[in-house]
Design a binder for this molecule. Structure first.
Ligand code: AMP
Ligand code: ZN
Length: 468
């Protein structure tokens, strides 16, 4: 199947040709661990999860890296004000991040390198850039001179010709419009600030450098796909290219750049600085199911802006419930026996269409449309009441396949149904006890069940039960 992705470097949909289909190398810019990530951040992480899961569904093997930025201005300031070490501060927030991605069923990737573990590689990078005359020193810090790199602006198509030479930027916060020399090594300024004593002086790396250094160290021969949110395209990714291709001009770096659009709130980007954000946890506390959030974020195409509303979360919950309810119907008919799962090709066309949608630049809305069409057919067949095991197993196969993308479907009995079984078993035990005139046991079972919220009623037709 031909796989096409939109490459932000060429602004075209291109056929995806990995260097090695058995080892597709993906790098995704990850979180800065200083606070709870908001669901705008998770839009970009769910996008890279959809990419990863789609490639696997399409038959590729992937090796995926996501960096953890565990040193920057915000982290330094927050750890100083909390009077704890950077390590203590960032390990707390890194754990929060991992818990959150688990909540959202985001697959773990193969590597999560931390910036602070790559200082040596970053030092080597600066050496290389020095050798190639692309850097200069000012007041103890080292800057990249973007005028000296002739290909600067090729990704973002930004014109740097009018830029004032030597305009510097040494913060970790950048705006979209700033095309300035950026800091590679930042001299220590604050008292008590974390620093590394390297040949480039006492300081810490600029934010852009970690991604170049990690990609070089983990995938020496470059990567197939680099992802991030659209706001990272410039200057972060432009600067990554300047660093890597400036230091190693004759080597391969990235084949395809893929960027995901923003999650908006009333037409503005959801962001910490605007204060218009919802963290995953704040939504879960409002009893919103993580599956609704995951569905909402993956159901719109990654290259379109998505406006967040609570109504859209409600709609997402209904959609998830429709899919799960149909699956539950099948599972009930099969008595939750998953052992005869088979693919005799009956669902081939639907599965093929589903995969083709993903192969077409991750067209998740189309893929979901195919699932809903299929749900109609399946529910119609179930309503007819004459499906046999083999047909049901085919449907189950379809659900297992689509869940490799969705990740939120459950193939087990819901808790309540497990309880139903337990109740029935206890009622049987109670009947036996009564027959054997063991009234103490029979009364005990009735009492135990009452404590669990189950009321037993003895009638002529046998024992009936209901929930309190
Ligand atoms: P940060 O933790 O701030 O470095 O951001 C992590 C990721 O979230 C980056 O890829 C950003 O581009 C992405 N991101 C931030 N805000 C949004 C948003 N509102 N919608 C989509 N992605 C976002
Ligand atoms: Zn990055």
């Amino acid at each position: 199947m031909e796989v096409k992705f939109y490459n932000s470097y060429t602004n075209k949909k291109e056929i995806f040709k990995p260097l090695n289909p058995e080892n597709v190398k993906i790098y995704s810019c990850g979180p800065t661990v200083y606070n709870y990530a908001h669901i705008g951040n998770f839009r970009s992480f769910i996008f890279s999860d959809v990419l990863r899961r789609s490639l696997k569904l399409l038959g590729y093997k992937v090796n995926h890296t996501m960096n953890i930025t565990d040193i920057d201005d915000k982290i330094i300031n927050a750890s100083i004000s909390e009077k704890i070490s950077i390590e203590e501060f960032t390990s707390k927030w890194t754990k929060v991040f991992f818990d959150d991605i688990e909540t959202l069923n985001i697959e773990k990737v193969e590597q999560y390198p931390k910036a602070t573990e790559y200082i040596d590689e970053m030092t080597i990078f600066i050496d290389k850039l020095k050798e190639n005359n692309l850097v200069y020193e000012k007041d103890g810090s080292i800057y990249y001179s973007i005028k000296a790199y002739e290909n600067y602006g090729k990704l973002s198509k930004i014109d740097v010709s009018g830029m004032k030479a030597g305009a510097r930027y040494d913060s970790d916060e950048y705006t979209k419009e700033d095309a300035r020399d950026f800091v590679l090594w930042k001299q220590t300024k604050l008292d008590g600030e974390k620093f590394w004593d390297t040949k480039h002086g006492k300081g810490r790396p600029g934010w852009h450098l970690e991604c170049s250094a990690m990609i070089r160290k983990i995938y020496s021969s470059g990567i197939d796909i680099h992802t991030g949110g659209i706001d990272l395209l410039f200057p972060h990714h432009e600067n990554e290219i300047a660093q890597t291709c400036g230091a190693y001009p004759h080597e391969h770096f990235v084949n395809m750049w893929m960027h995901c659009e923003h999650l908006l709130v009333e037409k503005q980007k959801m962001s910490k600085s605007l204060g218009n954000f919802h963290t995953l946890r704040s939504l879960v506390e409002k009893n919103i199911k993580p599956s609704s959030i995951r569905f909402l974020l993956l159901s719109s195409h990654y290259r379109t802006k998505l406006n967040f509303t609570f109504q859209s979360l409600d709609d997402a919950e209904k959609s998830v419930s429709k899919i799960q309810t149909t699956l539950d119907r099948i599972l009930t008919c099969l008595n939750y026996d998953l052992s005869n799962l088979k693919d005799s090709g009956k669902m081939e066309e639907s599965i093929q269409n589903f995969l083709e949608s993903l192969a077409d630049d991750l067209n998740t809305p189309k893929a979901i449309g195919i699932v809903f069409d299929q749900l109609k057919t399946i529910n119609f067949r179930l309503d007819q009441g004459n499906t046999d095991k083999s047909e049901l197993n085919e449907y189950l196969f379809f659900f297992q396949k689509i869940n490799l993308l969705f990740g939120f479907l459950s193939f087990e009995k819901a808790k309540e149904e497990i309880l139903d079984d337990e109740v029935l078993k206890l009622i049987e035990e109670r009947n036996t006890a009564k027959k054997e005139k063991n009234f103490a046991l029979s009364d005990k079972i009735r009492k135990d069940l009452l404590e669990k919220g189950i009321i037993l009623e003895d009638s002529q037709a046998g024992v009936k039960w209901k929930r309190k």
